[in-house]
Design a protein around this ligand. Structure first.
Ligand code: FE2
Length: 284
């Protein structure tokens, strides 16, 4: 079920929003809460991309990547993404005050590519239903919380598909989730393939991500419905638990956050706890 959130910020209790967001996984914000300024409009264009990276992005440390080597544009792109990051962070903290002091900033991205361009492989194709899991960036069980805004200047909607709930999804693929080999996490780290140790949890999540994306029959027949996000719309999603695919659209701002399970209002709804219940072993 999707919660079209437009009510009071607390839904009756201080943790109301957090537990609804954690349970539903997805909250659609009303109206157009973040706008690209008139002096920023020229930045929402493919011409600032370096032509190699998928997105232009800002690291939590302030480095701009993927932008054309033009100093002024790079600085301005950095300012736009920083402004989006600050807005997204205050939004999360205003709606879910219990996350204060726990939520960590990840990257901010400006996605100028057309989703319809596709990808080099099924595994990298975000038009195929999946839950997010990053091969090189293990979260160790932390949640992946993302704030999206469709900033398409031509007024085009972004089309997502949203699939089954996390628990049925995890049960569907549980038999395909293998345990990492002894020493595998260490080796990946040593080879520089991962930026942190890939825990059993991260391995299981990657297993889910790949199993779903690589299965043509699942992609064709899986239960899913369309979610249309008009230009200007923003939404918040736990993309590690919401089964999703980006089907159409271009120009989006996105902020990633990481949240430790301990900060959650309903940690039993987290992928880590659900997978542990299904697999009958500890993952984090
Ligand atoms: Fe995704």
């Amino acid at each position: 079920m999707v919660l079209d959130y437009s009510g009071s910020p607390n839904l009756g209790s201080p943790d109301g929003f957090a537990s609804r967001l954690e349970t539903e996984g997805l909250v659609l914000l009303p109206g157009q809460p973040f706008a690209v300024g008139r002096d920023e409009a020229d930045l929402v264009s493919p011409r600032w991309s370096d032509g190699r990276a998928k997105n232009i992005s800002l690291s939590p440390g302030g480095d701009v990547r993927g932008a054309a080597e033009e100093a002024t544009a790079e600085r301005r792109l950095g300012r736009l993404m920083a402004r989006y990051r600050d807005w997204a962070e205050s939004l999360i903290l205003e709606k879910a005050p219990r996350y204060e002091g726990s939520v960590e900033r990840g990257r901010t991205s400006l996605r100028t590519r057309d989703v319809a361009e596709g990808a080099e492989s099924k595994r990298k194709d975000d038009r195929r239903l999946h839950v997010d899991a990053f091969a090189s960036q293990p979260t160790g069980g932390k949640r992946i919380l993302r704030v999206f805004t469709n900033v398409n200047p031509q007024g085009e909607a972004r089309l997502w598909r949203v699939g089954e709930g996390f628990e049925p999804h995890a049960r569907r693929w549980a038999h395909r989730l293998r345990r990492p080999w002894p020493g595998e996490a260490w080796l990946l780290r040593r080879l520089g393939a991962t930026r942190a140790t890939r825990t059993a949890y991260d391995a299981a999540m990657l297993g889910l991500h790949d199993a779903a994306k690589l299965d043509d029959a699942y992609q064709r027949d899986a239960p899913a419905r369309d979610l249309v996000r008009p230009a200007g719309a923003s939404w918040i999603a736990y993309t590690d638990s919401v089964v999703h695919a980006a089907m159409r659209g271009r120009f989006m701002l996105e902020q990633t956050f990481y949240l430790p399970l301990e900060a959650m209002a309903a940690p039993e709804t987290s992928p880590a706890r659900i997978l542990e219940r299904i697999l009958g072993r500890r993952l984090t």
